[in-house]
Design a protein around this ligand. Structure first.
Ligand code: PBG
Length: 322
């Protein structure tokens, strides 16, 4: 057995060039997806809970699309703030809705940019839940129809990928069927398959103005204590026709990302959610840590765990060689 002092692990850590040579996980901006918030009009407004993140007016879509394309991000992921909300989330499946218009504006300016639409009703419902509410629960089956309608409307506007994040049972099958029937058989589905009821979504709900007005999402999103259940969720979504799947949040779920990658292969996406992002940004603002390096370390950990694609608010400006 060779050991110390013949073997010295530090030899390959000696210089930056050697460290670069033996680096295992690498990040390229083409693996990062940039989440964007669109509103109908007004000026770009900073989101108080997320340093550096803006709510963009539709008229800026062209400029943002060109910026995203120039930076070489893997794609953009869209969230919308509608003009008004109601109990059925009508704004989500309005062909002239904020997301539909944002897709058109982005694609007009950058045809090749991958535009992914988050598909959920919570930004569009007056009660802030991800579906139709009956009593104090979200009615799964009644919600499916609206999700399918929304998917078709997003695809018709030109979305390249439909990403359902609602966690209703059977939504992938319902969306696939509707897309196929309406002539969008070529539009892929990226399902948020293993999505936990996480407090790390807090800052997002300020940005998207989508906090539930009563209760929480634990009746449909997953319990953070469970891992086997995530494997079942992913298996089901793939069986129903999901083209690829996502784990969310990312850093609290590195084990889930790893298990998913080993069991199902790629591509696996992971979402570095608003709370993960803001923790780093706010800690850096407070002088507690080096924000650029902490962001890179976090993204590398997610990649090392097995994620092929990372949704991150740092997509446009993360220093990938910090
Ligand atoms: C919509 C949705 C949410 C996020 C992505 N899609 C919020 C939620 O489920 O409450 C969270 C993203 C983030 O925190 O960055 N359902």
């Amino acid at each position: 057995m060779t050991g110390f002092p013949t073997l010295r692990m530090r030899r390959l850590r000696r210089t930056p060039a050697l460290r670069r040579l033996v680096q295992e996980a690498r990040l390229h901006r083409s693996q990062l997806v940039w989440p964007l918030f669109f509103k109908l009009d007004g000026k770009a407004t900073p989101v108080s809970s997320m340093p550096g993140v803006l709510q963009h007016p539709l008229k800026d879509a062209g400029e943002i699309a060109r910026k995203a394309a120039d930076l070489g991000v893997g794609g953009v992921l869209l969230f919308g703030l509608p003009a008004s909300k109601d109990d059925k989330g009508s704004g989500a499946y309005d062909d002239k809705g904020v997301i539909q218009e944002a897709v058109r504006g982005l694609k007009r300016a950058a045809q090749d940019l991958v535009v992914i639409t988050d598909l959920c009703l919570c930004e569009y419902t007056s009660h802030g839940h991800c579906g139709i509410v009956r009593g104090d629960t979200v009615d799964n089956d009644a919600t499916l129809e609206l999700l399918a309608k929304t998917a078709v409307s997003q695809a018709a506007a030109g979305a390249d990928v439909i990403a359902p994040s609602d966690m209703m049972d059977g939504r992938v099958a319902a969306i696939r069927k509707a897309l196929d029937q309406k002539g969008f058989a070529e539009t892929p589905i990226l399902s948020y398959a293993a999505k936990y009821a996480s407090s790390f979504y807090g800052p997002f709900r300020v940005a998207a103005e989508s906090a539930p007005q009563f209760g929480d999402r634990r009746g449909y999103q997953m319990d953070p204590a469970n891992g086997d259940e995530a494997m079942r969720e992913i298996a089901l979504d793939l069986e129903e026709g999901a083209d690829f799947v996502m784990v969310k949040p990312a850093l609290p779920c590195l084990d889930i990302i790893r298990r998913a990658k080993e069991r199902f292969g790629g591509p696996i996406a992971a979402y570095q959610v608003s709370g993960e992002y803001s923790m780093i940004k706010l800690a850096a603002q407070a002088g507690a840590l080096d924000g650029e390096r902490a962001m890179l370390e976090s993204l590398l950990a997610i990649r090392r765990a097995g994620a092929d694609i990372i949704m991150t608010y740092a997509a446009p400006d993360a220093k990938l060689d910090a």
